[in-house]
Design a protein around this ligand. Sequence first.
Ligand code: GTP
Ligand code: MG
Length: 443
Amino acid sequence: MANKPSSKGRKPGNSTRHPGAVDGVSGRVGRILAKANNEGTYDTALEQETAVLVAVPDKRQPDLQTQEYLDELAFLAETAGAKVTKRFVQRLEKPDIRTFVGEGKLEEIKAYVRHSNASMVIFDDDLSPSQLRNLEAELQVKIVDRSLLIIDIFASRAKSATARTQVELAQYQYLLPRLTGLWTHLSRQRGGGVSQRGPGETEIETDRRVVRDRIALLKDKLKELDKQSNTQRKSRAGLVRVALVGYTNVGKSTIMNLLSRSDVFAENKLFATVDSTVRKVVLENTPFLLSDTVGFIRKLPTRLIESFKSTLDEIREADLLVHVVDISHPSFEDQIAVVNDTLKDIEAADKPMLLVFNKIDRYDTEQEQHHGGFEGMNADEDVEPRPTLEQLQASYMAKMHDPVIFISAQERQNIDELRALLVRHVAVLQEQRYPYQTFESEE
Ligand SMILES: Nc1nc2c(ncn2[C@@H]2O[C@H](COP(=O)(O)OP(=O)(O)OP(=O)(O)O)[C@@H](O)[C@H]2O)c(=O)[nH]1
Ligand SMILES: [Mg+2]
């Protein structure tokens, strides 16, 4: 992987304080969301811990795809600060209703966890509250599902008041249906034995009420913040708005920095950007607003999408989308589909779009290496040879409805063409939207 050691003053493992923790409940929130510390806040989760990954693909999913999905999960775990030591895969028609994996596989995982002292088990799907509870009882380590892992990364990245409030909302929404499991966990810790119902429905009800109140409060706060940013947006009226969208880690922030000469945090980790940034850019006397937005990912938790409404408004309100694709990624076509589906979900799919295939410098020369397979993987599975970049360009140019361009943001290849393409499209939109405006005074 091309690595950009760009820390920009950001220390790894900065501890994230829980914004506005609710006394009493917050400690318990902390337990399921991350490591609680003594102050009733909690540290960025999963730091320097070792993790075991578990995936339950259906029987039709090719091994190679399973491996790519696990690579992504491992990348997420590493981004959160955990070291992955083992991967377990079990093919099932559908996950076990009680423990997600079958009995035999669970025993295998249990043996490994004991033997290796792994500190958590990460599942590539979301677990139901009862699966979470059962797995925790069986494996006796922290159980993390995909949503929690992503929310956790967001929590460590969010900087602005809006992003932090959005993350907190997502955390509480994740927690609400899982309070029962949490309580059972606590009762076991107190030596009360594992009872199916936990320490008492009244206590759970009280906690649920506190969490619900907190959710309502956070929603109000977001509305208030939204009003403020609406006022801000009005002051930027009259300019065409362009949003960079795409899968996580494809190079959106790098392109933002190139085009706006700004200094947005970009690095080879998932979800480097959680806050959206808007910059006024002037290219060839054509001014427009460019925003860098949070990346999308496969199985992005719906709750997170809902909580991130204000951030996603930046995309919804754009006049033009610049969809950035990492062409060097083995699953880039899947990623395009995930982004298009997510755009549909947030009702932003029918906007004019430019497709920017980025990282052409890494295509061909540096094929994605798989970091680790899993037991039972079919190593001989046929892999189609990848087309050359020229073939790929020709076929995409022909088949896409939207204008397409191939660049390397890192190596500055085709950036002038990208600028020219943008200017052309922005000028047309400017004419449509604000026909009477001139920008002679723009530098
Ligand atoms: N080889 C290569 N690497 C690139 C290129 N463009 C960006 N990168 C690297 O890809 C990684 C991700 O870049 P970002 O700009 O942070 O990506 P992003 O889409 O903003 O990612 P998120 O904010 O996490 O969604 C960084 O390590 C960049 O240096 C490119 O053209 N070629
Ligand atoms: Mg970014």
